[in-house]
Design a protein around this ligand. Structure first.
Ligand code: TXA
Ligand code: MG
Length: 315
């Protein structure tokens, strides 16, 4: 692929307007959300969306999330219902994606849905993402801004480490507050958990008044991005480790110390926010295997363990 000059856009000096102009012209711009950095392109422009796939080297069967500014904008593209409304009123803007039936003639490129009759939509809470979506006034398809199969970026430096020279620009925001991708809820029509993520599943279950079944699997994914080898660092990964073996570096949590820790006092929010950054950093130190301390399977721990299981999967 030929290299292009990737612009670093500073929001303090017109960066959002420049990002919007590049996106309207069919360009790819990485931007911060509260979960991870997304690689955005105009979701109605098939050529622009194809550019996301080529920059990421992503398999084309993997559909993308359409980011919108608010519920009203979401309703232009998907068929809304009462459950969607209750959930969205409670948790948008925020780290939650809803999969709903695609509206006829909505204008979304079929490359975004990978030919499915449903569309994943999300209203991000990050102020720069909000500003950008309002400036563009249209949906942005945006997977995480990393080469396919690699760790999601939570700071602009991660984005540039993977995609410098392959995308038009990156909008420079700070570190992502949540640190793991959005929770994906299928509503077409029965509620199904398609991916654990930044919104604890327990919060959704409390609102819906029911336990959520998990949809899809790594082998026959319902959320096709749930391929087991997703989110892989270069190093191998071993979970539930309480000490480092030969050739390993230990990533701690709570009482288990290590070369560094996800959270010394066992705070799952802190651990989620640090997860991808810690994997990036330890990966850079050249260990053969990253050993990770046990993480409890509750709240954000479910999203963290999901990402760790994928990173640990044989490749
Ligand atoms: O937090 C996030 O969700 C981040 C930020 C950038 O918003 N985005 C993100 O996108 O994680 P991506 O492309 O890495 O993951 C999208 C997931 C994939 O697992 C994909 O299979 C699933 O959403 N997905 C998209 N459309 C779908 C659909 N119509 N039905 C089922 N799953 C869908
Ligand atoms: Mg991703």
């Amino acid at each position: 692929m030929s290299q292009i000059q990737t612009e670093r856009l500073d929001p303090a000096s017109g960066g959002v307007a420049r990002a919007a102009a590049l996106l309207r012209a069919g360009g790819r711009v990485a931007f911060p959300t509260e979960t991870v950095y997304g690689l955005g392109a105009d979701a109605c422009n098939g050529t622009a969306v194809a550019g996301i796939y080529s920059a990421k080297g992503r398999p084309s069967f993997n559909p993308l999330i359409a980011h919108v500014a608010d519920i009203a904008m979401a309703q232009r593209y998907v068929i809304w219902d009462d459950t969607a409304d209750r959930v969205a009123q409670a948790f948008w803007p925020g780290p939650l994606t809803l999969v709903l039936p695609l509206r006829d003639g909505a204008g979304i490129s079929p490359l975004v849905t990978a030919g499915l009759s449903t569309l994943a939509v999300r209203v991000p809470a990050h102020p720069l993402a909000q500003e950008l979506l309002r400036a563009v006034d249209g949906p942005l398809a945006a997977p995480s801004a990393n080469p396919s199969g690699r760790i999601s970026p939570t700071v602009p430096e991660h984005v540039l480490a993977g995609l410098d020279g392959a995308i038009e620009a990156v909008l420079i925001g700070g570190a992502c507050e949540v640190g793991v991708e959005s929770t994906i809820l299928g509503l077409a029509p029965a509620p199904v958990l398609l991916r654990p993520g930044g919104l604890p599943v327990e919060a959704l279950e409390a609102l819906l008044g029911e336990r959520l079944a998990e949809g899809g699997s790594a082998e026959a994914p319902n959320a096709p991005g749930q391929l087991l080898s997703h989110y892989a660092p270069q190093a191998g990964l071993r979970m539930n480790a309480t000490e480092a073996r030969e050739g390993e570096v230990l990533l701690g949590f709570g009482p288990v110390g290590g070369a560094c820790t996800l959270s010394a006092n066992g705070d799952l929010h802190e651990a989620a926010a640090r997860l991808f950054g810690a994997l990036h950093a330890l990966d850079g130190q050249g260990a053969r295997v990253i050993a990770v301390a046990p993480i409890p399977e509750v709240g954000l721990g479910r999203a963290i363990n999901d990402r760790l299981r994928r990173a640990a999967a044989p490749r």
